[in-house]
Design a protein around this ligand. Structure first.
Ligand SMILES: *Cc1c(COP(=O)(O)O)cnc(C)c1O
Length: 487
């Protein structure tokens, strides 16, 4: 099925827009900036709305249905966050305005830095990085700068567990580190013996995800951090799974030195196509001086007659700027709104219900879908999408069949240490009815896999597109609308 492009819908003089009468004196436009030709589509308003509404429905979204994409925390984005981010005092300002004219925006950023620090136990937080992976890069650069500032230039080895997200080795490599993969033990924790073997004076640090990507709380976290610290290394925390921990566990108190947050996961800001991400980084006191510049600080707390005053500073040993201006400001407004509307107890409830929901689904499917590291899970769990009595069925087939039930598939083939992985993360806001319907679908699919596997091989049949040629989609990627030849 193909939708016509907006240009194909265009007919001369079918306009969908009327300009208001000018409220400034008319003047000539500077000719040198005007284009001779500017092909714009001419389409009436109702057709424009139908066109974009139709193409928006070719995709799945959290506003359409259940989206249990493990590790990605595809949680509902409350609409109040959109409203506050559009308030003119936030949306109509410019980052180059003098600080005294944007005190409200700086105050909001300062509060957000402080609250993220409180939630995680870190000393200082920078809001600059644009996403989780970018936060990792920032964090590893901070670790490198710390060792270099002490003349400790031998430390170039970064340990990354075999269950880690692919961005962990990638961001370490981009920072010039040598990556050593650490095996997991048979309970899915960091293997302490493998770790000990790597602890020497070339160790820059370790990247730890806790809960890890198996959805499990690492039982060796304290010992692992201690071992790394004893040999002079630092611990990077991949904070993508903070949704399980809000209000319950502070990563800094367990020995993590630097960590990113994913505001588009844990703090309910739009994810993927819905908007840019945001990956603030928190650090312990010893690392605060290396944070990216600028940081928002409160230079005067204010009193009854004067409001507080905020300014921007450059930490003395800063690794420099990692993003233009102050990061994705309007995303920070959304995350701030989320924290403000839930409050301390509300944030804790988020974690409790995220963990409860994942355990509920795990308990209902575990007799049918093998769970290789079966423990009480945190906010997600990883099952295997294969059975001995259903040869030829892979996790991908199960995922494609789930689309026919109106569900987004779980994450497939990650973490790499589980064969045919299906990584399921319901998030805290789903109702029992939704989760029950999802479980029923998984159980029915398991039955079909063994009795009528072609149903799975041919799925999806109810989606706008069937199975895509993923290689072709990646190799021949077309990202812009093509103008029709005669346009
Ligand atoms: C999402 C994720 C990342 C990367 O975060 P982005 O914001 O997508 O760059 C890193 N690690 C884990 C475990 C993740 O789930």
């Amino acid at each position: 099925m193909t939708e016509p492009t907006i240009f194909e819908l265009s007919r001369p003089n079918r306009k969908g827009i009327r300009f208001p009468a000018p409220d400034v004196p008319l003047s000539e436009l500077p000719k040198e900036f005007l284009r001779e030709e500017l092909p714009l589509p001419e389409v009436p308003e109702n057709e424009v709305i139908r066109h974009f509404t139709n193409i928006s429905q070719l995709n799945h979204a959290v506003d359409i249905g259940f989206y249990p994409l493990g590790s990605c925390t595809m949680k509902y984005n409350p609409k109040i966050n959109e409203e506050t981010s559009r308030l003119p005092g936030f949306s109509q300002i410019h980052p180059l305005q003098p600080v005294k004219t944007v005190q409200g925006a700086l105050g909001l950023m300062h509060e957000t830095q402080r609250w993220l620090a409180e939630i995680s136990g870190f000393n200082t937080v920078s809001l600059q990085p644009a996403a989780g992976a970018h936060g990792e890069l920032t964090g590893v650069l901070i670790i490198r700068a710390y060792h270099r500032s002490r003349g400790d230039t031998k430390r170039t080895k970064m340990l990354v567990p075999d269950s880690a997200h692919g961005t962990n080795p990638a961001s370490s490599a981009m920072s010039g580190m040598k990556i050593i993969e650490l095996t997991s033990d048979d309970r899915g924790n960091i293997d302490l013996d493998a770790l000990k073997a790597e602890c020497d004076d070339t160790l820059a640090g370790i990247m730890i995800t806790n809960p890890n990507t198996l959805g499990l709380f690492d039982e060796n976290i304290i010992e692992a951090c201690q071992l790394v610290h004893e040999s002079g290394g630092l611990v990077y925390g991949d904070g993508a799974n903070m949704n399980a921990l809000l209000g319950i566990y502070k990563p800094a108190e367990m020995g993590i030195d630097v960590m990113h947050f994913n505001l588009h996961k844990t703090f309910a800001t739009p994810h993927g196509g819905g908007g840019p991400g945001s990956g603030p980084v928190g650090v312990i006191e010893e690392l605060a001086d290396f944070l990216p510049a600028p940081l928002v600080v409160m230079t005067s707390a204010g009193d009854e007659d004067n409001p507080a005053f905020y300014d921007l500073i450059n930490p003395e040993q800063t690794i420099g700027r990692v993003k233009s201006f102050h990061g994705h400001f309007s995303i920070i407004v959304r995350a701030f709104t989320y924290m403000l509307s839930l409050g301390k107890n509300g944030l804790k409830d988020v974690a409790i219900h995220a963990v409860l929901n994942a355990n509920y689904i795990q308990a209902l499917v575990k007799d049918v879908y093998h769970i290789p590291y079966e423990r009480t899970c945190m906010h997600e769990f990883v099952a295997e999408g294969k059975w001995e009595d259903a040869p030829g069925i892979r996790a991908l087939d199960i995922s494609k069949r789930l689309i026919d039930f109106g569900f987004h598939p779980p994450t497939n083939y990650f973490p790499l240490i589980v064969h045919e992985a299906l990584m399921i993360e319901p998030t805290e806001t789903e109702t029992k009815e939704t989760m029950d319907a999802f479980v029923d679908a998984l159980l029915q699919i398991a039955n079909e896999a063994k009795t009528d596997p072609d149903i799975l091989h041919n799925a999806p049949t109810k989606a706008p597109f069937g199975r895509l040629d993923e290689v072709k989609a990646a190799k021949e990627l077309i990202l812009k609308t093509q103008l029709p030849e005669d346009y």
